[in-house]
Design a protein around this ligand. Sequence first.
Ligand code: ADP
Ligand code: MG
Length: 470
Amino acid sequence: MVVPTDHALHEGLQVSPLILSDDVRRQKIENHLAKMRFSAATARKIQDVFISEMNKGIHQQPSSLQMENTYIPELLDGTEGGLFLALDLGGTNFRVLLLELANGAPIRQEVKRYYIGPELRVGSAVPLFDYLAKCVSDFVIAQGLQDVELPLGFTFSFPTIQHSLDVGVLVTWTKTFNCSDAVNKDVVLLLHEALDRRGDTKVKVVAILNDTTGTLVQGSTLDSDTAVGLILGTGSNACYLENADRVEHWEPERHGERQVIIDIEWGAFGDNGVLDFIKTDFDRENDANSLIVNSFTFEKYIGGKYLGEVVRVILARLTKEGLLFVGENTSQNLLTPGTLTTDLVSHIEQDSVDGGDTNTKEILAKFGIIPDQDDIKVVQYVCEVVSNRAALLVSICLASLLDRIDREQVTIAVDGSLYKHHPRLENWMKQYISLLTPGRKFKLIHAEDGSGKGAALVAAIAQRIKKRLE
Ligand code: ADP
Ligand code: MG
């Protein structure tokens, strides 16, 4: 039974109906996908679990949410000036960035991208960190800054346990990295050792953070109500400004901090089984095809690295069941993991927005498939259901955060290509957050490059705090 107050939510969760010429086929397909669609009651149950896991995490009890203290207790105050470096590792590109600040605002930025080959992403961590250090000195020397003391903010977008602003111990690699000998080590130290082996610059790592934290800080320069940072890119994660007195894990001495950024690490939400009630066979197969199996449960429902694969798994399954591309010579391509990337899901979703089928046909043609009208509708429907589930899951967590922060007005700063390019996520999120926490005032803003610019800004904050405490 739908709770009366959730009637609007129930209505809002409907996606466009699948209409096919063959109703039996439609029914069978809907049955396969039924578990991908949430009722209002399921949405509320997910929300309850999220809130409970957040509370456990912040009280240092076993939880799939790490609720990690970032030790960033304040945002920019407008006094920051000088040159700051940032490193961004964990995204698609590895970048080195120089930011010049005056009065807390960027006045100049230089960026260089470096390619990290697949062989460096696995195996021993020493060649990886030596390579990172080489890129830093290449960049710094090219800028003529080898003799200048440069504070650096290190965006390291993997789960770490932070012991202070500049000590971060790697918990596990994710995404496409897996240099296992770095696990349980302080990655700031690994980077410093590599920089010292070269000895050709005066770079000092003053803060380690992840892209989520950088996004919140970067967002706060665009909108002073920013209190949440969200990543929807290869992976997904969020952080928020928490009341410092609620935070139990705080290692260095406190200095009257009133708030602090908490990195939720929600990619791992559900790794302890608390979300098993929403897991489908498609998710199990997506997980089995991923680099690190049985972990990052939530991210695998949402991240750009995975949405395309979930769609592919479903399409392959429907094809095998004789419900899709009947009579077509199903290309091996579609049956191979990793062939359907999330940007293609966006393009197919664009057709649904436009009421067309050009992109869908073009994409299927690349798979060697010539679809009929019903095939096109099914493919578009699957992309919608998978994308919509991701939007709803993110919204459920964001709505809970807005309730927790409990401010008059909160701005959520978002970064990541999935959010930027997917034609419907943003609108669905606005709609679902409003339905889940009616009456709350919030804004979603796009804060580009939190992992680069944001990291240099965090270095400036760290430097300012350091000077004050000296
Ligand atoms: P990162 O998260 O690695 O820092 P991005 O924010 O650029 O980098 O996100 C890259 C991810 O975004 C890729 O996994 C890709 O699947 C996804 N992506 C890229 N283009 C699109 C698109 N047009 N629509 C949806 N997702 C996209
Ligand atoms: Mg990124």
